[in-house]
Design a protein around this ligand. Structure first.
Ligand code: ARG
Length: 307
């Protein structure tokens, strides 16, 4: 399916300025605390990313950074969000634990409904990516596989567990990006053999990234169905995306990569664009059904009308 079958959607993103960004500990192979970090440069790169989103017509919401939480810029890890509800993260490493209450408070104040507490370790949209129908769920390094069951039970959408096997690609969003409804790009070797077969079965037409683009964090990308924002050094992927009819937009995230993050890591998708705020206040099962039905009809209307 080409991009013009899947119209660009206006999105709402939550982001955290990298005011206190630094690499002071090592919880993934990209982090080297002895290598200096230029926080001003990281801020300039991050600001450019917010500008790109806003120029595309998306809404960027900001959360106040907290001193002493150098990884808080990676907003994607804060929660898993669907249909106006969220499951807050339970971070694998103690250095990031205190980010969860900050993200929770912001999301609640925004009107999103908090579901039950996380029973198992999960790092939000770092490992949970929604493809429009099902939740792709990473495990192997951060999110506990048992969390996948809780997410399926809470959100009532099918969860597909995918096992990551290469520590350089420790979150699902470092190895796979959703491009639009039912369309993904990924780096096959980051996944276990069984998970590679699952991905082939689910997405026979997917874009496969090569190692160089994966190491450039080209899969740590954010798509609105047409525009795909990704690290500019992922030149092979940029070419492939263009050939498939997408509009790739390269940005410089080199300073953020020193902590093992790039575009998607910095962006928590609120994924509630079409949920009327009146429905958010009543998280009953009937409200959820109304929302699903209204989303389905809006979506099919959009599919019929040209962009
Ligand atoms: N230094 C952070 C960590 O290792 C980077 C998080 C990147 N976030 C992401 N969504 N992949 O936890």
């Amino acid at each position: 399916m080409r991009h013009n079958d899947v119209p660009m959607q206006t999105k709402r993103y939550l982001m955290c300025p990298p005011t206190y960004f630094d690499v002071t500990y090592r919880i993934n192979p990209w982090m080297n605390p002895s290598k200096p970090v230029d926080t001003a440069l990281a801020t300039a790169q991050w600001e450019r990313l917010t500008e790109v989103y806003r120029d595309l017509g998306h809404v960027v919401e900001l959360i106040e950074p907290v001193e002493g939480l150098p990884d808080m810029v990676f907003a994607a890890n804060g929660a898993t969000v669907l249909d106006g509800r969220f499951l807050i993260a339970k971070y694998r490493y103690s250095q990031r634990t205190a980010e969860a209450p900050a993200y929770r408070d912001w999301l609640v104040a925004d009107g999103l409904v908090q579901v039950e507490q996380p029973e198992y370790i999960n790092e939000g949209q770092g490992d949970y990516l929604y493809d429009g129908q099902r939740m792709l769920a990473g495990t192997g390094f951060r999110t506990d596989r048992l969390s996948h069951g809780q997410v399926q039970e809470i959100f009532g959408c099918p969860v597909v567990s995918l096992t990551l096997v290469d520590p350089r690609f420790y979150h699902l969003d470092t190895a796979l990006a959703v491009l639009g409804a039912g369309q993904v790009m990924y780096f096959p070797a980051a996944f276990s053999p069984g998970s590679q077969l699952v991905l082939r079965r689910l997405y026979p037409g997917a874009i496969h990234a090569g190692l160089a683009d994966a190491l450039a964090f080209g899969l740590n990308a954010l798509s609105d169905g047409y525009n795909v924002v990704l690290p500019q050094t992922a030149t092979g992927l940029i070419q492939l995306l263009r050939e498939r009819g997408y509009n790739p937009i390269g940005v410089d995230t080199s300073e953020l990569l020193k902590a093992g993050g790039a575009v998607k890591c910095c962006t928590l998708e609120l994924l509630d664009d079409r949920v009327p705020s009146s429905d958010l206040a009543r998280p009953s099962s009937t409200a959820r059904l109304d929302i699903e039905l209204s989303q389905m009809s809006t979506h099919s209307l959009e599919l019929e009308s040209p962009r």
